[in-house]
Design a protein around this ligand. Sequence first.
Ligand SMILES: C[S@@+](CC[C@H](N)C(=O)[O-])C[C@H]1O[C@@H](n2cnc3c(N)ncnc32)[C@H](O)[C@@H]1O
Length: 283
Amino acid sequence: MTASPSPQAPQEPSPQDAADAVRNRINTAQPHTARIWNYWLGGKDNYAVDREAGDRIRELHPGIGDYARADRLFLGRAVRHLVADRGVRQFLDIGTGLPTADNTHEVAQRIAPESRIVYVDNDPLVLTHARALLTSSPEGRTDYLDADMRDVESVLEHASQTLDFSRPVALMLLGVVIFIEDDQEAYGLVRRLMDALPSGSHLVLSHTITSPAMPDVDAAVAFWNEHGTPKLTQRTPEQVARFFDGLELLEPGVVSCSRWRPDTVGDAEPDEVAMFGGVARKA
Ligand SMILES: C[S@@+](CC[C@H](N)C(=O)[O-])C[C@H]1O[C@@H](n2cnc3c(N)ncnc32)[C@H](O)[C@@H]1O
């Protein structure tokens, strides 16, 4: 009698095959947003194609470096406020970007080491650097998911392995819904993510704006959309404010990231940048 063949278990790719698959996804022929952002922030995780486009955009909009730094500093102040003053201990940070100084878990765990953070991004280079991000404090936890934010169910399912969705979570969407072109889709994605979070959760969101006061930003975005990926959609400050509809917007509302509770002392208001942001609480 011959034994019937036992069903084959699906083969896990070897670590080498998995690493090769990720490397094959990295496109060095076209500027990518995570890498150009890293370049403007002074990082080294970028390619010649990103630096060339980054320099061209800087010529079109010389304020671009301030805009990127203002966004990161806004992230730091918002996380510090949520942890220190509002008791938030869980963060879902979508569109993480390449690791830089003061990533969400570093700011949160400096104040509350038990904080838990799930990072989500769909860029393969961010994935290859994810290990560096995953250095949680021993008391807390960090996790990384390689996914598109449009895949809301997978994001939430994976995040629920680290975050307790019966307790408040801060949803961090910094410089990422700009890559969702369709307005209804963009507003719908933010609403679906916030709907999954309990009362006491918060939304932290920043977004590139279009404003008659900053016409050079439109030229820089047009250049990006011709050469870079993914394409970027600007919205007016009023359109950005709509992402917070139904939530309690914290003071000072949706403003230039540089003007959201700045650390600076004195009377001088920081310069406005083309990145607006706000923080809101779910009742
Ligand atoms: C401009 S960077 C912002 C990085 C970081 N949040 C910050 O504010 O410094 C945008 C990031 O969003 C990621 N991203 C763009 N579209 C995405 C999508 N549909 N799903 C997940 N991540 C996305 C990019 O890969 C990139 O890392």
